[in-house]
Design a protein around this ligand. Structure first.
Ligand SMILES: Nc1nc2c(ncn2[C@@H]2O[C@H](COP(=O)(O)OP(=O)(O)O)[C@@H](O)[C@H]2O)c(=O)[nH]1
Ligand SMILES: [Mg+2]
Length: 268
């Protein structure tokens, strides 16, 4: 089974464009699939749109009455995915703003099925790219990537911030067993959770791979929901928590006293 996770905040326009493509791509793979959406306090017609789509497609919705942010939404989605998956299943996380084309899933899924724990859709892999991204955002994204490559090096990884990934269910089960509620610890810090998951998975020995994809920002119906200042602050906070010599995440995995040894203690 393939479980597809979609965090959604005001995506009433993009969802009806994405879901049929997603269904088609998954059917071509010959896999059973289930779509889990977290509707995170959307103030547009997202709820009604999802109700309508659920009549035709296998969609389960987790509803937050208030907007709690990407971190809390992805945490809820992953916890639910772990409840309903078993060995051999795959979990796909993608944006639902219609910039992540489901056709790229096929190669990612095959790579994951052959044993790679985390497969990332990468703009920077040969054959990848991005359309409709303005120069400022390209620059910010490139700087963020360099920062991450320097502070959190993961061999062979060039794409750190893409939310389009395939995970083997087993690695998510291990992550929750190891970290509990602290798998996604930096919940209030915008999109930092996208990086945090990679780093936490690396610390438990996950293997990573990339497949090229073209980010279709030219298809995005609205503006980005990422608040750059909050997310940047989150990256620096994470760098401190990771490299902190007395009990930081890195040291913790080498066996020192750690935040990781008490997985359910909230840090932030
Ligand atoms: N659940 C939830 N999803 C969010 C929130 N903010 C953004 N998203 C979703 O997260 C994904 C990434 O946001 P997006 O605006 O596409 O960011 P960008 O791709 O960096 O421009 C999209 O599917 C959004 O609907 C939020 O506060 N809560
Ligand atoms: Mg997006």
């Amino acid at each position: 089974m393939i479980v597809i996770l979609l965090p959604a905040y005001n995506e009433a326009v993009a969802l009806p464009r994405l879901i049929p493509k997603l269904s088609e791509a998954t059917s071509e793979l010959g896999a059973d699939f289930r779509i889990l959406v977290c509707n995170d306090g959307s103030t547009d017609q997202t709820a009604e749109t999802l109700e309508r789509l659920a009549e035709e497609y296998p969609i389960e919705v987790i509803t937050h009455s208030y907007n709690r942010g990407l971190g809390e939404s992805v945490r809820d989605l992953i916890e639910r995915a772990v409840e309903i998956t078993g060995p051999g299943d795959l979990v796909v996380r993608m944006d639902c703003d219609d910039t992540h084309e489901p056709k790229y899933m096929a190669k990612m899924v095959h790579r994951a099925a052959s044993g790679c724990d985390v497969v990332i859709a990468s703009r920077f892999a040969d054959g990848g790219g991005q359309r409709g991204v303005n120069r400022y955002r390209r620059f910010v994204s490139l700087m963020a990537t360099r920062f991450m490559q320097t502070l959190f090096p993961i061999q062979g990884l060039r794409e750190y911030t893409s939310g389009f990934r395939v995970y083997r269910a087993e690695i998510l089960h291990s992550a929750l067993e190891t970290y509990g509620n602290n798998f996604i610890q930096l919940k209030g810090l915008g999109f930092t959770c996208t990086l945090e998951k990679l780093v936490k998975l690396k610390l438990i020995g996950a293997t990573f791979g990339e497949e090229p994809f073209v980010l279709r920002y030219d298809q995005k119906p609205g503006e980005s929901k990422m608040v750059t200042s909050v997310t940047t602050f989150g990256y620096f906070t994470m760098a401190l928590l990771y490299h902190w010599p007395w009990g930081g995440w890195k040291a913790a995995r080498r066996g020192a006293t750690s935040t990781l040894s008490a997985p359910n203690d909230p840090v932030i």
